[in-house]
Design a protein around this ligand. Structure first.
Ligand SMILES: *Cc1c(COP(=O)(O)O)cnc(C)c1O
Length: 393
């Protein structure tokens, strides 16, 4: 018999009933150190007092009004995002995949309005993840996500990372946009080298194609800059965010330059919930933390400490781990053991880490992780590694 929840997830038998900072409390009372943050969502940890206050204050005032009316919390959050980024304008969604939908629509509409309705092609990359909607799975293009769901949304090309000849051949005057994650998340924490992002920007400038960055996982302070692309010093045309921006409340956004957004006039797009007062009140509180330069300096300092300790962990457990990679507090342990076994051994050590493709285990801790918690994380990772080494191969 089919379970009452559609069985699209293989869930661990963990029942978390409470969250406190970097910790999750299981129904049986065990405390787990959370280095997953609900997959880069709980950027300020669990039950951050500023977020609880923002949400409850807003809940006491007004939950929802239609986008037919002014929404001051939405305006405030848009202003903060514009102030702290390349963007001139923002549209709010409820999720990453909806941000992908709009990013693709915006790029195509841009060319349509420029009198080039034939410029519809989107160049995307192998190993990427852009969500589960029709545009998202067409953009990622992997067999795992698309099989059986055809006919797929047409107009997407997929290239291997690092194949510069294929890239130059693929980005033509039929290309509406190039879509890429500055750091692949689901794909196994693969940071795109800064020179490659610069090269992509140049290629887009030469051909006119728009550059869309998917910062749903790597944005909002995760890499130690508010947006990951800042490390490369480039300006994108469109950026998708979600996950961390709501700190656990469903919220996403598309950030764009005035030019890239020029096709999106009144009536061309909409969302019932996107930019809802509750979500935006929380989003404002998140932004007040993650856009702060002292907060970001701390993320970078802690990322350095964690990374150095992880290098030591890898060196002392060469049968379990192969390498550390990533950027800021978006780190991956490339495993020699099966990554799923490492995740399970983590559970036994009361530690939450998340698997990714390419046999990687992801560490996406709350950006508020303390130094003591970093030390505790290492103790628990050592414990997990030691347990795996004891198992007969
Ligand atoms: C999670 C994710 C998405 C999809 O976000 P949802 O909110 O699950 O729709 C898109 N892109 C990237 C890079 C992601 O990590």
């Amino acid at each position: 018999m089919i379970p009452s929840i559609l069985p699209t997830y293989n869930r661990a038998s963990l029942n978390f009933v409470k969250g406190e900072g970097s910790w999750l409390v299981e129904a049986d009372g065990r405390r787990f150190l959370d280095l997953g943050s609900g997959i880069a969502v709980n950027a300020l940890g669990h039950a951050h007092p500023a977020l609880v206050k923002a949400l409850t204050d807003q809940a006491n005032a007004l939950w929802h009004v239609s986008n037919l009316y002014q929404i001051p919390q939405q305006q405030a959050l848009a202003d903060k995002l514009v102030e702290h980024s390349f963007a001139d304008t923002v549209f709010f969604t409820n999720s990453g995949t909806e941000a992908c939908e709009l990013a693709v629509k915006m790029a195509r509409k841009y060319w349509y309005e420029k009198g080039r309705p034939d410029r519809t092609e989107i160049v995307a990359f192998e190993g990427s993840f852009h969500g589960r909607s029709s545009a998202g799975i067409a953009a990622a293009g992997s067999e795992k996500m698309t099989k059986g769901f055809g006919p797929l949304l047409p107009g997407f090309t997929h290239l291997q990372w690092g194949d510069h000849d294929a890239l130059r051949a693929a980005v033509t005057d039929k290309t509406a946009a190039v879509l890429i994650e500055p750091v692949q998340g689901e794909g196994g924490i693969r940071p795109l080298p800064d020179q490659c992002l610069k090269g992509l920007r140049d290629l887009c400038d030469q051909t006119g194609a728009l550059l869309i960055l998917d910062e749903v996982q790597c944005g909002m302070g995760r890499t130690g800059r508010l947006f990951a692309h800042e490390w490369a010093g480039i300006t994108p045309d469109i950026v998708m965010v979600a996950k961390g921006i709501g700190g656990g409340f469903p919220l996403g956004a598309v950030l764009a330059t005035e030019d890239a957004a020029s096709g999106m006039t009144a009536g061309t797009h909409g969302s019932t919930y996107g930019g809802n007062p509750l979500a935006c009140a929380v989003g404002c509180a998140v932004m007040d933390h993650v856009a702060d330069k002292d907060f970001l300096a701390e993320v970078n300092r802690k990322a350095g400490v964690l990374r150095q300790k992880l290098e030591g962990l890898v060196a002392s457990h060469p049968d379990v781990f192969e390498a550390v990679r990533g950027s800021g507090l978006m780190l991956g342990l490339k495993c020699r053991a099966a990554n799923t076994d490492v995740v399970k051994a983590g559970y036994d050590a009361q530690l939450i880490v998340v698997p990714a493709a390419d046999n990687v285990v992801r560490l996406l801790p709350p950006l508020t992780l303390s130094d003591d918690e970093i030390a505790e994380a290492l103790t628990r990772l050592e414990q997990a590694a030691a347990a795996l080494e004891k198992q007969p191969a």
